[in-house]
Write a protein of this length. Structure first.
Length: 483
């Protein structure tokens, strides 16, 4: 795939590509036109470093004014005749800008030593594995072993897929937790006994935590991930759409389980399983509640494959054998537990008619999902996990400033104990490290141990969760055209 097509994919994905180079402005503009960063009809800015600094700095002291900077960077696409300091200022200014409520996420590519500060400052730094210097590789987060711009597009796609996988699992897990907690609470208050036994909840937790995480985390990224806008720096982890899905499915599942709990014996012609004189015995009544809960959870797992309001939850279902393999195995194990696990799981075998009812309640979860998708998402719906992550030093130094000591004085007792524990652990680690170093000095013939050799030669890896801006830094025109 040529660079032009890759840049077009970035634009379609909501990623703004900017070029920062040391070449003259005419050469830089020509390369940007050829690569598709700008077009002849665009009104974007193509500036030299001198003009860039004149527009963003105060005349009195020469410091960067964020208000002036915010007037320049949204339309800036090419920065020519730039210095390493200009690159760093551009990256820092975009990250600090607040004109966009969701804030900007910045990625920078570079191969030279002078790109180190910008690579370090960026949210994601891409260093060239072939032409890149050791300084650039050390300052970066991801190393492109093929020096190919297309690899950045793949990194964006995989990063968004990882983010979506986490969100899918959270939506699935929270739905199960809400239903289980409320069902157990209502049962304990009204029936004086939880409809779900402890060993049954262990099986539900196994489905929820282990098997579901494997199934939902193995979704292969597709090109569809590059057709929507980035999440942004401050986007909540649990969006309003996800919250709507969680609450919508939790309400449906609770209604079904409470319906079976109170009306099941008369409708499905079975003995009431509620305890008599405080004595609980396994029954088809409570077994059916457990079975319906698991089947609704399994079918809701299919719904959780799509978290952005997509109607076709089966799209790409058969392209992931791990997902449907785990799903089928879980379903078969559930049948075995219900029919033959009477002693271990406090179950009583269900009849064929009762199994059909359980399956019907489970399949209805898929239909209910279509109804939930029709509910509009409003601003009044809650969302969780919103905000920005700030870097700060947790463990203070005894020689810290007065402000740091004052902040430490405001810590709660539990926080102080936690910090003391971390400090002691770090002290012990330093003692162990010093002891190991002393052994190494006493044994000069063992210059590099096997563990150190593995650590030094281990491949570097990183996770990339999204991108708003991609800044290409280059000192030669051909370094862009060869990506």
């Amino acid at each position: 795939m040529p660079v032009t097509a890759a840049i077009a994919k970035c634009k379609n994905a909501g990623i703004t590509v900017r070029m920062v180079t040391g070449d003259n402005v005419n050469t830089a503009r020509s390369i940007a036109l050829k690569c598709g960063i700008i077009t002849a009809k665009d009104n974007f800015l193509v500036l030299e470093g001198k003009e860039f600094n004149r527009r963003i700095r105060q005349k009195q002291d020469g410091k960067v004014d964020q208000a002036l900077f915010d007037k320049v960077w949204p339309n800036l696409r090419v920065l020519a005749r730039s210095s390493p300091q200009d690159k760093y200022v551009l990256v820092s200014g975009i990250i600090a800008s607040k004109i966009n409520p969701s804030r900007e996420v910045v990625a920078v590519t570079g191969d030279g030593t002078n790109d180190g500060p910008a690579l370090k400052k960026a949210d994601v730094g891409f260093a060239m594995g072939i032409q890149g210097t050791d300084v650039a590789k050390e300052a970066s987060d991801i190393i492109l072993v093929d020096d190919n711009f297309n690899s950045i597009v793949k990194a964006v796609m995989w990063g968004r897929n990882v983010y979506d996988s986490i969100a899918k699992f959270l939506q699935f897990q929270l739905t199960v937790n809400v239903v289980a907690v409320f069902c157990a609470f209502i049962g304990a208050c009204i029936v004086k006994e939880s409809p779900l036994r402890a060993v049954q909840m262990l099986w539900v937790n196994l489905i929820m935590d282990t098997l579901a995480s494997l199934a939902l985390a193995t979704e292969v990224p597709t090109e569809d991930l590059l057709t929507r806008k980035p999440y942004g720096r401050t986007r909540p982890l649990i969006s309003r759409t996800m919250m709507k899905n969680i609450l919508g499915h939790a309400v449906y599942q609770l209604i079904v389980m409470l319906f079976i709990l109170f009306a099941g014996p008369s409708i499905f012609d079975m003995d009431d399983g509620r305890p008599v004189d405080g004595v609980y015995k396994p029954s088809q009544h409570f077994t059916m509640i457990f079975n319906v809960f698991v089947l609704m959870t399994l079918f809701n797992e299919i719904n959780c494959r799509k978290i952005h309001g997509e109607k076709n939850v089966f799209r790409g279902f058969f392209t992931n054998p791990i997902f449907y393999g785990i799903w089928i195995v879980t379903f078969v194990v559930q049948i075995v537990l219900v029919q033959f696990g009477s002693i271990a799981f406090s179950c009583v075998a269900l009849s064929l008619d009762q199994w059909m009812w359980c399956f019907l309640f489970g399949v209805t979860v898929l239909l209910w999902n279509q109804i939930v998708n029709l509910i509009p998402v409003t601003r009044h719906m809650p969302k969780w996990g919103e905000g920005e992550v700030y870097e700060q030093n947790i463990v203070g130094d005894p020689t810290s400033s007065q402000d740091q000591r004052a902040a430490a004085a405001n810590l709660t007792k539990g926080q102080i104990l936690w910090l003391r524990g971390i400090t002691r652990l770090q002290t012990q680690l330093r003692v162990i490290k010093a002891f190991q170093d002393s052994i190494d000095r006493l044994q000069p013939h063992e210059f590099i141990t096997h563990d150190k050799l593995r650590a030094a030669t281990a491949p570097r890896s990183s996770s990339f969760y999204g991108d708003d801006h991609l800044i290409i830094t280059t000192t030669k025109p051909r370094s862009i055209t060869t990506m």
